[in-house]
Design a protein around this ligand. Structure first.
Ligand code: B3K
Ligand code: ZN
Length: 851
């Protein structure tokens, strides 16, 4: 719980710990309410540290005994840890503490989920297990002995002795405490194996609760694919005899990369045709890859302190995106990522929570596992790769692994590797790590027909963000190409390196005015402002050779027509509808790509764009326009819809691959548009006959959206009530598709449902998170949505601060809206902040959001 004055930690204050650790031995005597943890730690003074205070973190621990070199000592205890006088030579610290896993609802440290023991230590959870210097720059090898009656008892590293009531594990690789893990329970394993390229056999296991063993095969294949990919692309081999994954139902996030023992939210690993959608399969494959890739980028090379979080997270997100692009479709992956970046990261950067990719201060580090650190962090790596080129990038990565293996490193180390291996000065590039906010890049064109020259003038600027009033120009790699007026590409993609506030680029020797295609592949996380009209966008939509920019042109047309509908009460743009029809019915294009073209910007994204334009978004108008555009698309495509639906039913057995997923996405989009025309026949039939969750839930969504799904909503529950992951979808779907005026009431009703369990983060997010994601419903003028969410955040905070604080971000955009809505939200934020003993996590989030 929060101290009177929350403490802020600053990057500039970093100092190394006064002691190094040679080895750690831990013994766990498991018990639901009285687990004993015995630690034996060999410390020695750190010659590089001047401050020799011996402080060990420890929270919510009952200290039973403490010894130094075998003699009892009496440390000074506080809520946050202990201090004690220690010798100036190497010494052995021994402690015994008692903890209560079954009452640990925060899901941090050692806790219980469905009767199984499991841990979550990143970022600062190990201090709830025993007294320890719980900081990532203190690295050690761990021996672990688990004593209990559970069938399966796991920890990090390689297995050692086992016997009646105990199992021992040894991790030969030095690691910080945040990578520690322990799991014990009556679990079943789905086994596999992998032979590394140097011929080492690795045992693989996915451990699950009995009953889930038929949902592991896909994850196992994804793990093997990831292991192979990291060898092929980055030259990285696995380094232990065994790699275990465990699925846990109660988990605050997606998954955790503990050394040799990854722990997953069950929703991010369990997969089956009947219960998982195509999107679930793709996400599961990506998360398994992400956690596996951390073995090198995160574990072998970790972070010196938590300010450096993007060092492992940005790089690992970048690597998992490369993997998905290789496994599936590169343009589709890029488009999906940019949609998500704009929805999450741009939104974060536009509001009170904006912070640099490497923050410089925090109160609660768990609040900084953000879209900026992860997704913008990955964009920064992508830009670096574009700037230095493919070969130089991999050469630099080789040097990074060689130079820093075993280190707790910094962003400075990372940049230096690139400087040393390429000879480039990256001082200016480093601003991407220190400056927050999304740059705006404006482009104008000048054509000199007599001289045959074409000039692009670029200017960049970034609006002030909290704590940063002045911004300096950044290095922006702008990928661009030129097309001639008949649509042929005359200048293939090249990178223009923008470094100044204003800069131009001139092409000479041109016979006709070219059409530029700018920011291809979304080569930098910026907002591009181009003074071009819709005929230019329609031209790029038809001709651009860059798949991303072709999609982007269509997206801008959709956005533009929606903005005119919202702000000027205009009718849907006929030229946009025509262009869309051409692309969607062009069977030479990939089905997934055509399905993406049919998507339109979300209502939340539109609200953000309107706010950026200096207007006040009206959720009702946005919702009305979004629905009207869907209807207009359905009418314009009416003749084509039956064939789009019929021709995109994949042949043969279901497979969650790129081809089949793309076809289902397109057919489902056609089915949904048919619903807009009052025809739900296909949806009803598909609901009844579907043999996979993608088709079943898409049909259900169409029926519910058109107000025709009451019977199917009940049937879906009856069919799936025993499957908690599918029931999460059932909760979320009803709320996200509820009418604005009913959203809060529907959510409230579902929170009364016997299957609603606030202690399960998946269920809580699937319900209250769906409320916040229903833009028009959440922002209904009654304020009922705001109040309901605040009520539940107040209830959850004492149980699970991490999930509570994370969900406070639903309020981060509050200053965009009109005075009345602002006042309603502000009163809820102030109500939360006034709660006695509010957690440090939630206190920090609400204070920042209020500003
Ligand atoms: N490293 C973990 C996230 C831990 C979050 C702690 N609040 C998962 C990941 O990024 O792979
Ligand atoms: Zn990660």
């Amino acid at each position: 719980m929060r101290d009177a004055a929350p403490q802020t930690i600053y990057l500039k204050d970093y100092t190394p710990f006064g002691y190094l650790i040679d080895s750690v031995s831990l013994t766990f005597k498991l018990h639901p309410t009285e687990t004993r943890v015995l630690s034996r730690i060999a410390f020695r003074p750190n010659p590089d540290a001047t401050d020799k205070t011996f402080f060990l973190h420890g929270e919510e621990l009952k200290l039973i005994s403490a010894k130094i070199d075998g003699a009892e000592v009496s440390p000074v205890l506080t809520d946050e840890g202990l201090t004690v006088d220690v010798p100036s030579a190497p010494f052995i610290w021994e402690a015994e503490v008692e903890i209560s896993p079954s009452t640990n609802t925060a899901l941090e440290g050692l806790y219980m989920s469905n009767g199984m023991y499991c841990t979550q230590c990143e970022a600062e959870g190990f201090r709830k297990i025993t007294y320890y210097p719980d900081r990532p720059d203190v690295m050690a090898t761990f021996d672990v002995r688990v004593e209990g009656t559970e069938k399966v008892m796991l920890s990090n590293g390689n297995p050692g002795a086992t016997g009646d009531g105990f199992a021992e594990w040894t991790d030969p690789w030095k690691k910080p405490a945040y990578l520690f893990a322990l799991v014990a329970g009556d679990l079943i394993n789905h086994p596999g194996s992998f032979t590394t390229r140097s011929g080492k056999d690795v045992e693989l296991n996915i451990y699950v609760r009995p009953g889930d063993e038929d949902k592991c095969a896909f994850g196992m294949q994804a793990l093997k694919d990831s292991m192979k990919w990291d060898e092929d692309v980055y030259g990285r081999e696995y380094d232990l005899d065994i790699f275990n994954i465990v699925a846990v139902d109660d988990f605050n996030m997606g998954a955790m990369e503990n050394k040799g023992l990854n722990i997953f939210n069950s929703s991010c690993v369990l997969a089956s045709q009947a219960t998982s959608t195509d999107a679930d399969f793709e996400r599961i494959e990506a998360i398994i890859a992400h956690e596996y890739f951390h073995n090198w980028t995160g574990n072998r090379i970790t972070c010196r302190d938590w300010f450096q979080l993007c060092l492992k997270e940005g790089l690992t997100v970048f690597r998992d995106a490369q993997f998905t692009a290789d496994m599936r479709s590169e343009p589709v992956k890029r488009i999906d990522d940019v949609i998500a970046l704009r929805a999450r990261q741009f939104q974060e950067d536009q509001g009170p929570l904006s912070h640099p990719v490497r923050p410089e201060e925090f109160q609660e580090i768990n609040n900084f596992y953000t879209a900026t650190v992860y997704e913008k962090g990955a964009e920064v790596i992508g830009m670096l790769k574009s700037l230095v080129g493919h070969d130089a990038y991999y050469k630099a990565l080789d040097l990074y692994f060689e130079r820093h293996d075993g280190d707790a490193a910094t962003i400075e180390d990372w940049i230096k590797v690139f400087e040393d291996s390429t000879g480039r000065d990256l001082a200016q590039f480093k601003r991407w790590y220190s400056q927050s906010g999304t740059p705006k890049v404006s482009v104008s064109e000048a054509w000199d027909a007599d001289a045959g020259t074409f000039t692009l003038h670029f200017s960049q600027s970034t609006a002030p963000t909290p704590g940063q009033d002045v911004k300096d120009p950044r290095v922006i790699p702008i990928a661009l190409g030129l097309l001639n007026p008949n649509g042929d590409e005359t200048h293939p993609t090249q990178i223009f390196e923008m470094t100044e506030a204003e800069q131009s680029m001139t092409f000479t020797g041109l016979g006709a005015r070219p059409v530029p295609s700018i920011l291809r592949g979304f080569s930098a996380p910026v907002m591009l402002e181009q003074d071009i009209d819709n005929s230019r966008r329609a031209f790029l939509l038809a001709h651009d050779t860059d798949a991303f920019n072709r999609w982007e042109a269509g997206r801008e047309l959709a956005r533009d027509t929606l903005l005119k509908m919202i702000l000027e009460d205009a009718a849907p743009d006929a030229a946009y509808l025509e262009g869309l029809k051409r692309v969607v019915t062009d069977t030479s294009l990939d089905a997934a790509y055509r399905a993406l073209m049919l998507n339109q910007p979300s209502e939340t994204e539109l609200a953000g764009v309107i706010a950026e334009m200096g207007h006040t978004p009206d959720p009702v108008k946005i919702h009305t326009a979004a629905k009207a555009l869907s209807k207009a698309k359905a009418e314009s495509l009416a003749d084509a819809l039956p064939a789009l639906y019929a021709d995109n039913q994949p042949n043969g057995d279901y497979a969650p691959d790129a081809g089949g997923s793309g076809q289902r996405a397109l057919a489902n989009a056609a089915m949904s548009l048919m619903g807009k025309l009052g025809d739900v026949g296909k949806a009803r039939a598909q609901y009844a006959s579907a043999d996979n969750m993608t088709q079943q839930i898409a049909a259900l969504a169409t029926l519910v959206r058109e107000g025709e799904g009451d019977a199917e909503v009940q049937a879906f529950y009856d069919q799936w009530q025993e499957d908690r992951l599918v029931i999460n979808k059932w909760f979320g779907l009803q709320i996200s598709l509820a009418k604005p005026e009913e959203t809060a009431a529907v959510t409230e009703r579902l929170t009364q449902h016997p299957d609603f369990d606030m202690k399960n983060p998946n269920r809580f997010r699937g319900t209250l998170g769906a409320l916040a994601a229903n833009h028009a419903g959440f922002h209904h003028e009654s304020g009922a949505g705001y109040k309901l969410l605040a009520d539940w955040l107040i209830k959850l905070d004492p149980l699970n601060p991490q999930t509570t604080a994370r969900m406070c971000t639903s309020f981060q955009t509050w200053k965009r809206y009109d005075d009345k809505r602002q006042a309603l939200i502000k009163s809820q934020l102030e109500r939360i902040l006034a709660v006695p003993n509010l957690s440090r996590d939630t206190h920090e989030m609400i204070s920042r959001i209020l500003g």
